[in-house]
Design a protein around this ligand. Structure first.
Ligand SMILES: Nc1ncnc2c1ncn2[C@@H]1O[C@H](COP(=O)(O)OP(=O)(O)O)[C@@H](O)[C@H]1O
Ligand SMILES: Nc1ccn([C@@H]2O[C@H](COP(=O)(O)O)[C@@H](O)[C@H]2O)c(=O)n1
Length: 556
């Protein structure tokens, strides 16, 4: 399935422009197009509808200019985006759901697998962005981050602004760029972490107030006129591509683009080109060609060169590729390990076994299934709270007598549900933690690869300061739970501050999580011994989400 390029405004899948006036400042989202219902976290799924049974409404192809009802304008700003697969957008009257997600970017021991970084360098209007778009289209991987060097133009002072307005400021000199910011941004992206990328406005020669939130991906493309200028940046590139297009073609394209899109006039473009763009190209940019692994003459129309690049990237991705679930399923299957202390199993009382008997019974009606699941959820959530640190608190009773009590050491507790099944646990956590904030992570299984993929996330912006109760109804191989934990760690949540909470876990899943993330507490009401070749827990409860939301496939 080919990933298609969509330039959205608000932007495409994994990047979001965080606009100070317009966005909700308390939450950051990966897919801002998804509209959540009002409330603490919003309800992504109006049960019983699941994303898999909502019809697909592919988005019509974009022309490349960013358009939304919020701000319709021509592209005057730097281009940074992460691409979703086009066919994989579900549109309902209320919301859009992206159904192509990011495959695991970590291995079976929880360590990150670095993305493949392609650097594209070349003169202005040589076709760098076009080449990048074509690579993305052909790559067929669902999650690619495209970072543009334009975002890192320095902020100008008043005098420099006047110079720029007279077309006399040299934007083609290395000094025009903030290489420090560029370096840290690229480093963070390469580590899979969240970054805020400036949005550059070519009309005003300035950064916009809003930024774009971007995440590392399996492939990162970084393009710009001086991509290979800084040795530390060049070091980070796994593949260096130079787009070599004739100067007259570049000038012709630039004239058209700058007049149509960047608010310039003919005279100004020519003046800037002759005095700065051309000399800087000859002096700084053209010599960078010697760093390139591949030179692409003529740019985007050179299909052969683009296919060669794509084949190389695909083979590199395959080398790093993961059969994560399979690996996890086998990791601890034959190798019986003692359970680590981080695993907190509720005492297996007759009451707990009784509740399990209801929800494991295939004859249990949906109504009863929901009722008894809710009871069990409440117990596991209360138990989770009992694992928090408590401090002494003394109060006066209405009788004027002192009571020496306790209170939780922190009020900064946040719930994060792994959609869809984890959402069933939200109400319970809201019932026991007053005013708790709820985040959401949508992870689904890719039906072709069998691997979990990250589709959407919405987390409180300051989540790093919180203890996080991460909720999923069941854990089998642990692949999805590990993905969610990885997301939290990438948002700087401390491993010691994460508790993964489930009704039922498989022994090997528990072991995998505990081994990969030893400081994460794992809380559950039962641990089953096996998983089958479809990665279902045995004896298990079947598909919890399907039974709870009533979306079980009908048996004819
Ligand atoms: N092969 C091509 N044929 C015609 N126009 C092109 C071609 N490649 C790029 N362009 C146009 O030239 C301009 C600059 O291309 P772009 O890919 O944005 O270059 P860069 O990123 O190097 O500045 C854009 O307006 C684009 O539409
Ligand atoms: N305020 C600015 C900033 C940059 N430029 C020109 O943009 C060119 C780089 O962008 P490409 O998309 O062409 O790679 C560069 O050559 C600068 O001269 C500008 O005109 N105004």
């Amino acid at each position: 399935m080919a990933a298609k390029m969509y330039v959205l405004d608000p932007p495409s899948s994994a990047s979001s422009e965080s606009d100070l006036e317009e966005s909700q400042p308390e939450f950051s989202e990966v897919f801002p197009d998804i509209e959540l219902d009002a409330g603490r976290g919003g309800n992504l799924f109006n049960s019983p509808t699941s994303p898999t049974n909502i019809p697909h409404y592919p988005r019509p192809p974009s022309t490349g200019s960013q358009k939304s009802p919020r701000s319709r304008r021509q592209r005057t700003t730097s281009l940074n985006q992460v691409t979703p697969a086009a066919e994989s957008i579900i549109r309902t009257p209320q919301r859009a759901i992206y159904t192509a997600g990011r495959p695991p970017w970590y291995n079976s021991v929880g360590q990150k697998v670095e993305p493949f970084v392609i650097g594209i360098c070349g003169g202005s209007a040589s076709g760098k962005t076009t080449v990048a778009q074509k690579i993305i289209e052909s790559l067929g991987v669902p999650w690619v981050t495209l970072l543009s060097m334009d975002s890192f133009y320095k902020v100008l002072n008043e005098k420099q602004h006047d110079t720029a307005d007279r077309n006399e400021y040299n934007f083609d000199h290395p000094d025009a760029f903030d290489f420090d910011l560029l370096l840290t941004t690229l480093q963070k992206l390469k580590q899979g972490r969240k970054v805020e990328v400036p949005i550059y406005n070519f009309v005003t020669h300035s950064r916009e107030a809003r930024t774009k939130t971007m995440y590392g991906a399996n492939v990162i493309i970084f393009e710009g006129i001086l991509t290979f200028h800084h040795p530390k940046v060049t070091e980070m590139l796994d593949m260096k591509v130079f787009v070599d297009t004739d100067a007259d073609v570049r000038l012709a394209r630039r004239l058209k683009r700058d007049i149509n899109q960047r608010g310039r006039d003919l005279e100004g473009v020519l003046k800037q080109y002759i005095n700065m763009v051309q000399p800087s190209f000859n002096h700084y940019i053209a010599p960078l060609m010697s760093h390139a692994d591949i030179i692409v003459p003529r740019g985007g129309e050179n299909e052969v060169a683009i296919q060669l690049i794509v084949q190389h990237v695909q083979s590199q991705l395959q080398l790093r590729g993961l059969k994560l679930r399979e690996e996890l399923a086998q990791a601890f299957a034959s190798n019986k390990q003692p359970r680590p202390d981080s695993i907190k199993l509720l005492p297996t009382t007759p009451q707990i076994r009784g509740l399990h008997t209801f929800i494991r019974n295939k004859e249990t009606s949906r109504d009863e299934f929901i009722f008894y699941s809710k009871r069990l959820i409440r117990l596991v959530i209360e138990y989770t709270l009992s694992l928090m640190s408590f401090v002494d608190k003394t109060v006066d009773t209405p009788q004027g007598v002192v009571y020496h009590g306790k209170k939780t050491a922190t009020n900064k507790i946040c719930g994060v549900s792994i959609l869809r099944a984890g959402e069933t646990m939200e109400q319970s956590v809201c019932d026991v933690c007053k005013d708790i904030r709820i985040g959401k992570i949508l992870i689904q299984t890719n039906l072709q690869s069998g691997e979990p993929e990250l589709y959407y996330l919405r987390l409180p912006k300051d989540i790093k300061d919180y203890k996080v109760i991460l909720m999923d109804a069941t854990v089998a191989t642990g692949a999805a739970a590990m993905m969610a934990i990885r997301v939290l760690l990438d948002h700087d949540v401390l491993e010691t501050n994460i508790l993964i909470v489930s009704l039922l876990m498989a022994e090997s899943g528990v072991q995998s999580i505990a081994y990969a993330f030893p400081k994460v507490q794992i809380v559950t009401t039962a641990i089953d011994p096996e998983i089958n070749d479809k990665f279902y827990v045995l004896p298990g409860i079947g598909n919890f989400g399907d039974r709870y939301f009533g979306t079980e496939p009908s048996v004819s």
